[in-house]
Design a protein around this ligand. Sequence first.
Ligand code: SAM
Length: 172
Amino acid sequence: MRLGHRPERDKRITTHVGLVARAFGASEMLLTGRDAHIEESLKDAASRWGGSFASIRRLLEGRGHSLEGGGRKVVHLTMYGSNLPDVIDEIRGCQSLLVAVGAEKVPAEMYQLADWNVAVGNQPHSEVAALAVFLDRLFLGRELVEDFAGGLKIVPMQHGKQVIYPEHTEKI
Ligand code: SAM
């Protein structure tokens, strides 16, 4: 869940949050606020590159409404939280998780609503980096070898580029 997206400033970073969420094993992205452009780019990535990422669900910004996990346990990534290595084993025990990242300033209630406030190191950096590292530790690296069925496939190689295209797919 991306909190506090500001369409004029955060377009690129919010898109990257979505791309990282998808590539690192999340099943969907929740966005507070509305930005058709971001929804479009993420839908496009999900349809071209396969897998089961359900792109974006939009949430209304507002008390309780957007910040609760809808039955899921909630992790809020913040440099003020418990440091990741101290809590990740406990978090990994959850069946279903909502991971929230902020933009500029996160509403104070998020810190109370979260089941875990988690720092990826207690230094300021980036929501994109924090999300990537968190998901990688959560899934123990398994997401890097996941098969994203039904989309373009890159053939990994040391030099050069090779892509396998499903039928009727535009070249990249
Ligand atoms: N000044 C903002 C605040 O007080 O919340 C932080 C802005 S930071 C550029 C944007 C987001 O990056 C934060 O809301 C948080 O989700 C994430 N973030 C930055 N550093 C982090 C860290 N060390 N650990 C976890 N998340 C971090």
